[in-house]
Ligand binder design. Structure first.
Ligand code: HEM
Length: 503
């Protein structure tokens, strides 16, 4: 054998040895990571089948886990390795830990390999701007948002003189993005087509790019990221957001804004003011653009999905449409059908319907995900080593309190009725989180944007109820079944809803 062949052989041998060593180490680490708790479905299929089931029907697996192990911890095999699911009651054990001890954001970042997809970026400026400034100002925006929504429907929706099929996923993405941008970046930037495209596409690039990069062995990801087109696009999205934002910032800094609108009171301003207050020297236009992209990512797709679910639920149960339309008309009659802040609070039936719709169609069947940043011991003796992600099995409808009535049925007025007791009038709202309602998470770090989301959803649904009749296209019977991607619950995007101008 000549020396060239010998060196090829040695190279091949080295590759085989490295791969083998890699596999052995990975398996060893995996075993170290395994937990002494039962694995759901292990007796029904091999590892690959179980991983596939987790991707396509995590809801079924979690139900199996709940039925077999009730109040005990179990694990599920996933493409990312074994995942530990806690029964809901153990959420109370995790609740006292702060975000530096048990982190929801780190759990999310790990899921989407945030180090590469750029979402592993926690910012006190962003959290403060949402938790404090946005929530404090919610009431001031009702008219502006309503105006923006009306503009969007008029420009984006077809005439609908006859029954017209509408792709809700596409149209509502635009409506929610523009209505949210009204508060995040202000007018006229909220109508900038490129900004809207950039801020909505970013989330998809993160999700898809993250999934594709995960197919590569962790050791190869530093190089593989350059072969995944979405990863390149993510870098492009950040750059484009900055380029689009700069003229707006320039305009603001020299005070030459002649749009004639009221003084700025939006997320750009709040973030800038917070950075100043915190004396954060690293905060610049680039960081502002990044935080805007992250805020839009957290806000837009989640809100759009909640509205689509509510509309599917309404179209499947048309008996709710007229009473809810009447409620909108009744509460706004003192202002010619134009919504004011207090009107949103008065739409209790709509609020209840939204909450019931979310109970049946949560964003995820396992909210309250946390990455243990320190070792954590639970009350049942289970030890969570630092670095482990845990989540709660939060969507078992039959765990609802007895006073809620039939837990599995759909009762759009369930929470309306529960709120009728004077002592419970402020409870059970769409945006309320509690041990029995964890769709927005739980504890201190539950979704800080939920009050804003509640308002946005109400304003959009009220607009639709007042301006359109709607129904499913022929052939659709009942409520279309949701699709699952891992623990995420998605509305079937192939379903078309027909819209017609209200008579
Ligand atoms: C219907 C719409 C929405 C749903 C279903 C939703 C759901 C969630 C959930 C389940 C969490 C995790 C909470 C936990 O684990 O305890 C979360 C966190 C978060 N959400 Fe939302 N969200 C929505 C709208 C929004 C909006 C409009 C914003 C921004 C304005 C937002 C910003 C955030 C942020 C920043 C976090 C991370 C909080 C933290 O780690 O402290 N969300 N959301």
């Amino acid at each position: 054998m000549d020396s060239t062949n010998m060196s090829i052989l040695w190279t091949l041998a080295a590759i085989v040895m490295t791969t083998l060593a890699g596999n052995i180490i990975t398996k060893f680490l995996r075993r170290l990571n395994a937990f002494a708790v039962p694995i759901v479905g292990v007796d029904t299929g091999d590892l690959n089948t179980l991983k596939g089931r987790y991707v396509q029907e995590a809801d079924v697996l979690l139900r199996e886990g709940y039925e077999r192990f009730k109040d005990s911890i179990f694990q599920v095999e996933t493409p990312d390795g074994p995942r530990v699911f806690l029964p809901r009651k153990l959420a109370n054990d995790l609740k006292p830990f702060n975000r530096h001890e048990a982190s929801g954001m780190k759990a999310l970042a790990d899921r989407h390999i945030g180090h590469y997809t750029s979402i592993d970026h926690e910012s006190d400026i962003m959290l403060g701007a949402i938790k404090i400034d946005l929530n404090r100002n919610l009431g001031n925006f009702v008219e502006d948002v309503q105006h923006e929504i009306a503009h969007c429907f008029k420009t984006q929706f077809p005439p609908c003189d006859e029954w017209t099929p509408i792709d809700l996923h596409e149209k509502l993405l635009r409506v929610v993005a523009q209505a949210s941008a009204r508060i995040f970046v202000g007018y006229p930037m909220c109508r900038n087509e490129e900004w809207l495209e950039c801020s909505t596409k970013f989330a998809l690039d993160v999700m898809t790019g993250g999934e594709k990069l995960k197919q590569w062995h962790p050791w190869l990801r530093p190089i593989a990221q350059y072969f995944v087109p979405e990863m390149t696009r993510i870098r492009g999205d950040h750059q484009r957001a900055l380029e689009l934002l700069l003229p707006e910032l320039e305009k603001r800094s020299i005070g030459s804004d002649r749009t004639g609108l009221k003084s700025r009171n939006d997320m750009i301003e709040w973030m800038q003011q917070r950075a100043q207050k915190l004396g954060d020297k690293s905060f610049d236009s680039k960081e502002l653009a990044n935080l805007q992209m992250l805020t839009a990512t957290a806000a837009i797709h989640t809100t759009r999905l909640a509205i689509i679910h509510a509309l599917y639920d309404l179209a499947a149960r048309p008996e709710y449409i007229e009473p809810l339309r009447r409620e909108v008309l009744d509460v706004t009659k003192d202002n010619n059908g134009i919504l004011r802040k207090q009107h949103l609070t008065h739409m209790r039936r709509l609020d209840s319907f939204m909450k019931e719709s979310q109970r049946h169609n949560p964003p995820s069947v396992a909210t309250f995900q946390r990455k243990a940043m320190i070792p954590i011991d639970l009350s049942n003796g289970f030890h969570i080593p630092a670095g482990t992600i845990v989540q709660c099995n939060t969507n078992m409808l039959d765990e609802a309190p007895a006073e809620w009535g039939d837990p599995n049925g759909f009762d759009g007025y369930r929470f309306y009725k529960l709120r009728s007791k004077p002592e419970d009038t402020n409870k059970y709202q769409f945006a309320s989180t509690s041990y029995d309602s964890m769709q927005f998470g739980f504890g201190n770090d539950a979704c800080p944007g939920r009050f804003f989301a509640s308002n946005q959803i109400k304003i959009i649904l009220a607009y639709i109820l007042l301006h359109y009749d709607f129904k499913f296209e022929d052939g659709i019977v009942g409520r279309p079944k949701n699709l699952m991607f891992e623990v995420n619950v998605l509305a079937d995007p192939t379903v078309k809803v027909l819209f017609k101008n209200a008579s």
